[in-house]
Design a protein around this ligand. Sequence first.
Ligand code: BGP
Length: 487
Amino acid sequence: MKQGFSENFLWGGAVASGQAEGAYLEGGKGLDTQDLRYFDTAWDRAKRDEMRNVNMTSEIFEKALKDTDPTHYPFRWGIDFYHTYREDLALMEEMGMKIFRTSISWARIYPNGDDEEPNQEGLQYYIDLFTECHKRGMKVFATMLHYGIPVNLVLKYGGWKNRKLIDFYVKYAKTLYQYLGDLVDFWLPFNEINCARFNPYNGCCLIKDQEEDYESAIFQCTHHQFIANALAIKAAKEMLPNPMVGGMIARFTTYPATCKPEDVMQGILDENYKNYFYTDVMARGKYPAYAKRMFAEQKIQIHKEPGDDEILAENTVNFLAFSYYMSMVATTDPDYEKTSGNLVSGNRNPYLKRSDWGWQIDPVGVRVSLNEMYDRYQLPVFIAENGIGAYDKLEEDGSVHDPYRIAYLREHVKQMKEAVKDGVELLGYTMWGIIDIISCGTIEMSKRYGVIYVDRDEEGKGSNKRYRKDSFYWYQKCIASCGEDLE
Ligand code: BGP
């Protein structure tokens, strides 16, 4: 039986440009859609969860376009990673990390999205950032789009609803390959391409009150993103010597609530509609048979152009990545107890504990997810995000005690190891929010994921100094022992 992780397993950590960099108009960067997301520290838990689902309205969008005060827009300042990345990468090197995942900001490269020429300052920033990674012994895992697109593409073209976005995106991808191709080891055209269904503003920059047929608009945007994903792979095959271009979803691993056949069938439907629909298109190269019934029942109508099917069929992914935080429960019982989760709320699993944000903690679920994903496609897999958001406390002496995070990570790494023993070809693991950053769903700095603490509050105030949490030392041991020393 296969023993633990191979010695070249890629232990790493992940962030996203929009949640970390800040410097939202520096270095020639244009305003992007994440810069417009409003947050108020006065909101209580209930309001924060409510706003997570509302996400964007025309009123907020219009106000944010004119609002030059960054206080209520945490993505505009992040953790100032744009200026601190050398110090942060030094801490990651100290942990022994083998790979660093971040996203590239489209609006740093093409400030308006439709610019003739790329912004050289933006390109230089990522050349410097990725060079620094390699200098410190880390490979680079680059997400080309982690939600935020140049605002101009929404204002002038209507965003991803407009098929023109595909051309702008492919031009952007080719520019990245040209300038960064020899610095990036793994490419990811889209972060969580299934996000649009659950958070349409993040996933495809739709504003609900502006849409007649919201569901169809979501899936039209997703179709354009599928084509853009495939054409980014096509360009990589033409421009890069050994392209490793992946597809990624947020993995909503779902269990039937009971052995009642109706619950089991609902579990299959949930898995298909939330997860496999997306990976089937990207890895098998065509819309799955069950999509027809899904579209019909949900009254979704999309338009495909002649040649789209061939583009998808001829340009499938080299590997599959997914984010995994929690698992879900499927049932046909409408009165089932609910709980929160990443991007979506779901049904309560009575066997699982929950985080402070109600996300169900399920380490075995990562073994389930890896086995199901690998068995379905026989493609290498990569866990691009995993971690626990929590309220952490900075002690007087600069220490941060986070036993809950060590426990969460320990149990998930153990189950990943079981999956490797099951025969899953697991390439790597980039722990989410390796350093505290702005949370994506609820825009909270207080929802901390990092093994590195950042002294910054929800208004962006603080020393912005970095501190090693207890989990920093735990992860350092885990990496040094290649997943063997987990105590
Ligand atoms: C994923 C996103 C990440 C990250 C993560 C945690 O969906 O890819 O950007 O934010 O969710 O979610 P949150 O930050 O809302 O706790």
